[in-house]
Write a protein that binds this ligand. Sequence first.
Ligand SMILES: NC(=O)c1ccc[n+]([C@@H]2O[C@H](COP(=O)([O-])OP(=O)(O)OC[C@H]3O[C@@H](n4cnc5c(N)ncnc54)[C@H](O)[C@@H]3O)[C@@H](O)[C@H]2O)c1
Length: 382
Amino acid sequence: MQCCLNEEGEFAVSMFNVELKKVVDSSYDIELGYELYDKLVEDIKNGLVGKIGKFAVVTDDIVEPLYARPIAEKMTEAGYFVKTFVFPNGEKSKVRATKEYIEDAMLESGFRRDCCIIAVGGGVVTDLAGFTAGTFGRGVPFINYATTLLAAADASVGGKTAVDTPLATNLIGLFNQPKKVYIDINAWKTLPERQLRSGMAETIKHACMADREFFVFLNENMEKIYSFDKAACEHVAECNCRIKYSVVMKDELESGLREILNLGHTVGRAIETVSDYKLLHGEAVAIGLAAQAHLSRKLGYMSDDDVSAVESLLAKAQLSAKIPEYIDREELVKKLYTDKKVRNGKLRFVIQKGIGSVVCFGENVYATPVDEQTAREIISEM
Ligand SMILES: NC(=O)c1ccc[n+]([C@@H]2O[C@H](COP(=O)([O-])OP(=O)(O)OC[C@H]3O[C@@H](n4cnc5c(N)ncnc54)[C@H](O)[C@@H]3O)[C@@H](O)[C@H]2O)c1
């Protein structure tokens, strides 16, 4: 850039345009199957992440011996440099301090820009590892190996990565797409029942917002799914995947349509934080789904029967639709304002329409303002 005097004796400042138009292809595959460790190694050998030879396996302390270790061992056997970075399991680890810990540990172990992160675990691991990958060395590739139903249903697909803050969940993060997602249906068998139910809440969300037939299927097959019937579980995995990726493909950065994936999350995320994470993500979402159904009925988009159908499916999945007694209702109302859909200080909700659809409020608008008193009334019904 040049600075010089012009004819009037004033400084004329030159201007340059740094042209950086980008055409980016962030497409990737999602593979559903059983014990996909060998497939992962084979894909890497076949160039999934180019010529990278260094891999940081990021996982939590429960998943490490179950799934991360076999993956790390197979990768090492295949001749790659592999180190595993483990943090304590649970939502309370999904914070900046854990990200810093992983980053420093990776740096100390000699990892630089020429590495790839493999996230092995549930949504906490994939959110945290994906965010870490987005900033480590200004960005390195990452792969998700999802081991929970919740991560399979939702968290591992779509490229939203984040950490929680004391104010609310997922406030700091990046859109960062993985190179591939592996969904290991076999891993659901070692999940504690409570975690399986938590994943079922996001599954029911998908059915409520996009697929009436899937809703009926869940109603008729809940026992089979909970007893790991192969065909039923595969159907769940496939429907979840199809519903999630078809939304993400149309609106990767949540400029409109993607907001529908937030069904039940306005109240859900707020309860999750106010409960100080005593409620699991899916447990909080289940209550949020019931709350938005009540709101939808109030606004005239769902009948009494529709609302009962949602509540009875949640009950079938052994998910409570009631806000626990220990949650301070007024604190919950205040917490609703930390939701990312809030615009100009107004609460906004995604609203279910009947079973298997959501309300579109205008071109590419899928959330509607709801006044605080209405939100308070709904919460007091729950
Ligand atoms: N990025 C997104 O689009 C998105 C979408 C939905 C949810 N999320 C996030 O996902 C997180 C919740 O995901 P989650 O429920 O998978 O959480 P999680 O990763 O904490 O896993 C739940 C628990 O199950 C354990 N576990 C994982 N796999 C196991 C297995 N196969 N067998 C036994 N135990 C196992 C974990 O150690 C943990 O204790 C939340 O942080 C939420 O915000 C993100």
